[in-house]
Design a protein around this ligand. Structure first.
Ligand code: SAH
Ligand code: SF4
Ligand code: F3S
Length: 453
């Protein structure tokens, strides 16, 4: 720890890649380093430690980080005291091999090693410090994450995944499922509420597989809903096989739990679903969607789709398009299959050529754009409560926020409105990704909340 600024505290710069769980983990990393007396800086040039918290889900995620690393290696050669560290899933996935690919790395730390960061950063040897042991007990329960957003915050409730879908590295890089005690979760939610946070998103790779003693995910949701000050609760990502009737019941009856679910399906072909080891058929998924929609009024649904999985034939892909048409998701995240080392499917090969994968991806995206636009247009004319986040990215004086269905709304404020306020708005027009709204004056946000849920 050589380079000190006037405050004497070493500065760390942290960049995050990948899913929400990584965003939440970066807040844990910030918590660990703050507790050790470090302070966060906004630019790598100002840092003593430059850390990248990385993702390994697809090859592209890794090539992006390697490119960024070689950029940062240039900075390091100009600043000899600087330490460069790679954290997260890619660290776990590549382990020591990373040091060969990127010899300028001082630190390689997997998702279960963050507690040791202060010690590892203090290590002054020629060899890089490597901590890539998975720890089936680590939940970081006692670490206070540093939230970045004062309106919406993530709360990790479980870590790891035991599902081992054939294509996926997550079980290998994040280890076995483990849940936090319900008391730790509610304490964290209470702490966030006291900071002014209005919405919490409970996180886990298979979040609804949460279990701690006799507390299942449905019971956890009820406990979180009992915390005063939190207006909205969401969770991600649920696995279809863990969508119990108890959980659907809580979604249907607990007003704070918002009518939106991201429910990954991956494929509409039973043959492909079987190969992937997802544990359900397309028909069972459609049945679940039907039960959810009957129970939860106005439920919005999004999903993940992989195209070009090993062995995916034309008719399998056609089944995916048919499923998208049958469900009519509000949004879909679509990916080309990327063959990943360590996974079960790695040894099977990669049968769909790259240009065919691209063509299928383009077709799925085009179909989903049409469906999303139709779905959003159905909302034109309705009143929606919008939890305001701040200024819209494009559009001068426009403000942006989310509806209960997690749709992005933009509106021109008619009176002073602050981030964290819930306002009532009417949808005037829609694109496939945004609702353009008018603020309704004289109608309190709570009333809007009741009318939409
Ligand atoms: N836990 C979540 C998914 C986490 S990964 C779940 O089970 O639903 C997020 C998404 O990335 C997956 O849903 C899948 O669509 C995609 N994905 C995972 N591995 C992939 C791979 N090898 N190639 C392409 N997409 C992949
Ligand atoms: Fe990956 Fe499947 Fe686990 Fe999701 S459920 S993280 S896709 S192995
Ligand atoms: Fe990526 Fe790790 Fe999340 S592999 S998707 S950052 S759990």
């Amino acid at each position: 720890m050589k380079h000190f600024d006037q405050s004497g505290a070493p500065g760390f710069y942290l960049e995050t890649y990948g899913c929400q769980m990584n965003v939440a983990d970066s807040q844990v990393v910030a918590g660990v380093l703050s507790r050790a007396g470090c302070r966060r800086v906004e630019r790598p040039q100002d840092a003593d430690f430059v850390l990248l918290n990385t993702c390994a889900i697809r090859e592209r995620a890794e090539t992006r980080v390697l490119a960024r690393l070689s950029e940062l290696a240039g900075l390091k050669s100009r600043r000899p005291g600087l330490k460069l560290g790679l954290l997260g899933c890619m660290a776990q996935h590549n382990r020591a091999r990373l040091v060969q690919k990127a010899p300028y790395l001082d630190l390689v730390v997997g998702p279960d090693g963050y507690r040791r960061l202060p010690e590892l950063l203090g290590h002054d040897g020629f060899d890089p410090a490597v901590e890539v042991r998975l720890n089936r007990l680590e939940t970081y329960e006692d670490i206070e994450p540093v939230p970045e957003d004062r309106v919406r915050a993530y709360v990790t409730v479980m870590r790891g995944c035991d599902r081992f879908c054939a294509f996926c590295v997550v079980p290998y890089v994040r280890g076995r499922e483990r849940s936090l005690a319900p008391q730790s979760v509610t304490n964290e939610v209470r702490r966030l509420a006291a900071l002014g946070v209005k919405e919490v998103i409970l996180l886990g790779q298979t979040v609804n597989a949460y279990r701690y003693g006799t507390t299942d995910f449905a019971a956890l949701l009820r406990a979180v809903a009992a915390v005063d000050g939190i207006a909205r609760i969401r969770f991600t990502s649920p696995h279809p096989l863990e969508m119990t009737e108890r959980l659907i019941e809580v979604m249907a009856t607990e007003p704070k739990v918002q009518p939106y679910l991201h429910l990954p399906v991956q494929s509409g072909s039973n043959r492909v679903l079987e190969m992937m080891g997802r544990g359900h058929t397309a028909e069972q998924y459609l049945d679940l969607v039907g039960r959810l929609r009957r129970a939860v009024a106005g439920l919005a649904l999004s999903t993940d789709i992989i195209v070009g999985f090993h062995g995916e034939a034309e008719q399998d892909f056609a089944a995916t398009l048919a499923l998208l048409r049958a469900v009519r998701f509000d949004a879909a995240f679509t990916f080309k299959y990327s063959r990943r080392e360590h996974t079960r499917a790695f040894g099977w090969g990669d049968t769909v050529p790259e240009d065919e994968k691209s063509a299928r991806l383009a077709e799925v995206i085009a179909l989903q754009e049409v469906i999303a636009l139709e779905r959003n247009r159905e909302l034109v004319g309705s009143a929606v409560p919008v939890l305001v986040e701040g200024q819209a990215r494009r559009g001068g004086a426009l403000l942006t926020g989310k509806t209960p269905q997690f749709k992005t709304a933009v509106f021109a404020p008619l009176m002073p409105v602050a981030a964290g306020d819930t306002i009532a708005a009417r949808v005037c027009s829609a694109t496939s990704h945004t609702l353009i709204c008018d603020q309704l004056v004289g109608e309190p946000g709570r009333q809007g909340l009741a009318s939409a849920s």
